[in-house]
Write a protein that binds this ligand. Sequence first.
Ligand code: PLP
Length: 398
Amino acid sequence: MMKNTFTEEVEDRYLAGTYQKIPVVAARARGTKIWDMNGKEYLDFMSGYGVAIFGHSNDAIREAIKRQLDEIYITHTSVYSPARARFLGELMKVTPTGLNMAYLSNSGAEAIEAALKIAVKSTKRKKIISMEKAYHGKTMGALSITHSAKYRKSFENMLIPGVEFVKFGDYEGVLALLKKEDVAAVFMEPIQGEGGINLPDPQFLASVREATSSYGTLLVMDEIQSGLGRTGKMWAHENWGVAPDVMTIGKGIGGGIPMGVTVGKKEFVETLEIGEQSSTTGGNPLSCAAGEVVIRELRNGIMRQAGEMGKYVLQRMKEETDSHRLVSQSRGIGMMLAMELRVRFVPVLMDMISRGLITLYSGINTIRMLPPYTVSREEVDRAIDIMKAALDHHLKNQ
Ligand SMILES: Cc1ncc(COP(=O)(O)O)c(C=O)c1O
């Protein structure tokens, strides 16, 4: 792999070492493809960690951003903005019934912070239930409900108290805590992303929905990774016929411009008073202009494409890679996919990158993929060929 020494050297010298870097310098991108400084082409199944849901450099989003740049691209949310109003109007067409008041921020973790405040303020309770293997972000509040010891260990004594973790799927565990404590909220990702693309047991979401309602506890769905059409439905929780009281949205919602959204039932969200939550750039007109297009395009059918193409990718993986000696299982729904290996993922993932396929990962042995919903069959087939070649190569060199 050729190195663009300047870019890599400067980043490695000056950037905080909090990211596991991969040896790719992204110079240009379009659709599912990224090109590096030397013109080498990659299929991007990482999509900026699930942000480029329509692929890179989407025409409609670019046009909306350009238009907004010419009008006005920053106003604080204390000032009214037509772009913000248009975005909110579009958002409310797709939120679950009754979730009709939103707080706008800049990232997923910020959306979670606001959800925590809404839960605590509206219920006047302090306990939170979260799930084992949950990932909700790395700011202190979000980290407090994130499960991984790797992320928590250096800050454990600074995290918010009163958080209990229950196995994802353990309804009895949730119920026991609801009975015992005054729980403000149950937080969960309907499908765990960072935890390894873990789908819930069929009855779990509905049972927790019923129990939280009867104990006056809020159900908060973190749809930051699983939402916005990724599973073929607008929100992943719809796959199990439930609706939350509060929901967090992030990643692709701003079309690549940073944005986080916390949306909930008015009776809960309105308990936050002036000044109790704010952000200088949250709700800026640029992210709102892009976000309006994102939702409109999803409603126009791209969402269905994610569901259908997801079935194709999973079927191809089951046919082509599941029988490989290094693979234990592939799983997923829509454009949220994982290939669990019997070995550590690092050498296989690196080999796939060198062959032109960028993915992400979970834990120590899972390759994770969040491809753009617009990925073509030909691109999927090429990605499968690369996966097979990398697996074969690793098997031979073990
Ligand atoms: C489910 C979920 N919640 C929260 C976050 C945090 O979002 P951000 O990295 O934008 O803070 C992520 C990011 O991967 C996520 O997948």
